[in-house]
Design a protein around this ligand. Structure first.
Ligand SMILES: C[S@@+](CC[C@H](N)C(=O)[O-])C[C@H]1O[C@@H](n2cnc3c(N)ncnc32)[C@H](O)[C@@H]1O
Length: 245
């Protein structure tokens, strides 16, 4: 009965999509490079791979082989390969780099930067990119934000939302959180880069001198967040808020 109710919900959703007046085109391909012209997109909404949380293509292979056998002849170009593509998959999987964790991180950040640079090329001036992301380590977040910044984006808004079903999350014990964050980013038009020492730090010292002094050392995170060594890697803001609370 629960299965029937779920099917009914999906059918209802599909019906509501049918009432959308304009049709959509679905294209399968890598986000690292596309053939659309420069500055031709009004917005980009993306749910990129979550760092080291999943090996999406390995999971897909399980279904791919059956889809290939059943409907492969209808979509021959999509099912030409034996298995799903792996080389350009943007994940931080050390088993794909001879167990080298650092190399996996570098690969992920490079791939994400390439995908974001492509998004940057495609967006019209002033147009937003919305990125859904979730990861419980600061390493996961730092890598994503670094890739965005290197591609020429600035984060302008962040909206936390409850997304994953809790039962599913507990069952899988993954690195993903029950809540995700919608990051809204825009092209950074200025090329000048700021200086922490000359611009940010003097302003912070005006704001709270004592808390700033406390912030100059790395500390173990007490929030439960942190990379594999237990270090939060968050130097400033984290400590300032601690000082103020
Ligand atoms: C967080 S999942 C998105 C899931 C999607 N929102 C859904 O509900 O099915 C990230 C997706 O990015 C895909 N991906 C990984 N590398 C990619 C690449 N280079 N180009 C395009 N997609 C890629 C993965 O296969 C995975 O499906």
């Amino acid at each position: 009965m629960r299965g029937q109710a779920r099917l009914d919900t999906y059918a209802l959703r599909l019906k509501s999509f049918c009432s959308v007046p304009r049709s959509a085109t679905v294209v399968r391909g890598s986000a690292l490079s596309t053939e659309w012209p420069d500055r031709s997109f009004d917005a980009i909404i993306t749910d990129p791979p979550y760092y080291d949380s999943r090996s999406y293509s390995n999971l897909s292979d399980h279904f791919y082989v059956w889809h290939k056998r059943s409907v492969g002849h209808l979509y021959s170009s999509d099912f030409a390969a034996q298995l799903t593509p792996k080389k350009t998959e943007a994940i931080a999987a050390s088993y794909r780099h001879d167990g080298n964790r650092k190399a996996a991180d570098v690969f992920y950040e490079g791939a994400m930067q390439k995908a974001f640079a492509e998004a940057h090329r495609l967006l019209k001036p002033g147009a937003p990119m919305v990125c859904v992301y979730a990861h419980k380590t600061t390493a996961g977040w730092t890598t994503l934000i670094n890739a965005m910044r290197a591609a020429g984006f600035a984060v302008v808004e962040a909206w936390p939302i409850e997304m994953e079903r809790k039962a599913r999350q507990n069952a899988l014990e993954t690195a993903a959180l029950a809540s995700s964050i919608l990051l809204v980013v825009r092209r950074r038009e200025e090329t000048e880069t700021g200086s922490y020492e000359r611009a940010v730090r003097p302003e912070l010292e005006n704001y709270s001198p004592r808390a700033c002094r406390n912030s100059l050392v790395f500390r173990r995170s007490r929030s439960g967040l942190g990379d594999r060594n237990g270090w939060s890697g968050v130097e400033g803001v984290h400590q300032i808020w601690k000082g103020r609370v």
